[in-house]
Write a protein that binds this ligand. Structure first.
Ligand SMILES: CC(C)(COP(=O)(O)OP(=O)(O)OC[C@H]1O[C@@H](n2cnc3c(N)ncnc32)[C@H](O)[C@@H]1OP(=O)(O)O)[C@@H](O)C(=O)NCCC(=O)NCCS
Length: 228
């Protein structure tokens, strides 16, 4: 809570008061829908390639995270994304994987969260996610630094990050994306994920209610830009 409040204060001080107000209003009154997607690791899948070769590995203490700095000139949405990534880095959730470009720069990051981290996950996100089953792992915090966007990195890197979940005993890898986030949904589909759940999140005066509806059978999602 304190961490979120300090993020809101940083947004205001950096001139993004509108975004801070939006984030606050979201918790006062909002209704939103996310798509739950999953991939069955027991089914063979050929990872797509990005337009540059990638090396996927766990985040190292020496990795340069300067692409997460809220530098002047970025949009308020981007400032918000970077603050979220920095908060996740402080959450204590293991394990963050990164993709490294040929020039040594970090070009993607995402957490693999197994069932053993359910308590920490609840502590950080409240009731936003279902309890992770013993044969499941959650992927959270997908982020491609702005300089690397639009190169097909998400699909390629996420496909490889998902496979790391097998090291935690997971067969099913799950993830959730706001249904308005077309770029992220496309990345998930390219990484071999299929929509299987719809999550309804409702905030009234800072009280959050979350409901999950299975998609039976697993359905195709309509991307926001493709709506008629
Ligand atoms: C979502 C995100 C991880 C996608 O990463 P990516 O590596 O750029 O993914 P892709 O290269 O596959 O591009 C996906 C889509 O992004 C859009 N895109 C393309 N170039 C872009 C650019 N320069 N900047 C922003 N978006 C771009 C396009 O719609 C593209 O789809 P297309 O390939 O069919 O044209 C990235 O946009 C990001 O970090 N966004 C902020 C954080 C976020 O939303 N995380 C997901 C939370 S669930």
């Amino acid at each position: 809570m304190l961490s979120r409040a300090s993020d809101l204060a940083s947004l205001v001080f950096a001139g993004n008061a509108g975004k801070a107000w939006g984030a606050l209003s979201y918790r006062v009154h909002s209704d939103s829908i996310s798509v739950g997607l999953r991939r069955d690791l027991s089914v063979r899948f050929t990872s797509p390639s990005a337009s540059l070769p990638l090396t996927v590995r766990p985040l190292a203490a020496t990795d340069d995270l300067s692409s997460l700095h809220p530098e002047p000139g970025i949009t308020s949405d981007e400032a918000f994304f970077r603050l979220t990534q920095r908060r996740l880095l402080r959450s204590g959730l293991h394990t963050c994987y990164v993709a490294i470009a040929p020039d040594g720069k970090l070009c993607y990051m995402q957490w693999v969260i197994p069932a053993s981290e359910n308590e920490r996950l609840r502590g950080f996100f409240g009731n936003l996610y279902p309890l992770i089953g013993r044969d499941e792992a959650l992927l959270e915090g997908a982020y491609t630094p702005t300089a690397f966007r639009g190169k097909g990195i998400m699909g390629a890197a996420m496909a490889q990050v998902a496979e790391r979940a097998a090291e935690f005993g997971a067969r099913w890898v799950i993830t959730f994306v706001d249904q308005q986030n077309a770029a992220s949904i496309k990345g998930c589909l390219r990484a071999g994920f299929t929509p299987y759940l719809r999550r309804h999140e409702k905030f009234r005066l800072f009280y959050r209610q979350v409901k999950f509806d299975p998609l039976m059978p697993p359905a195709a999602v309509q991307l926001p830009s493709e709506k008629t």
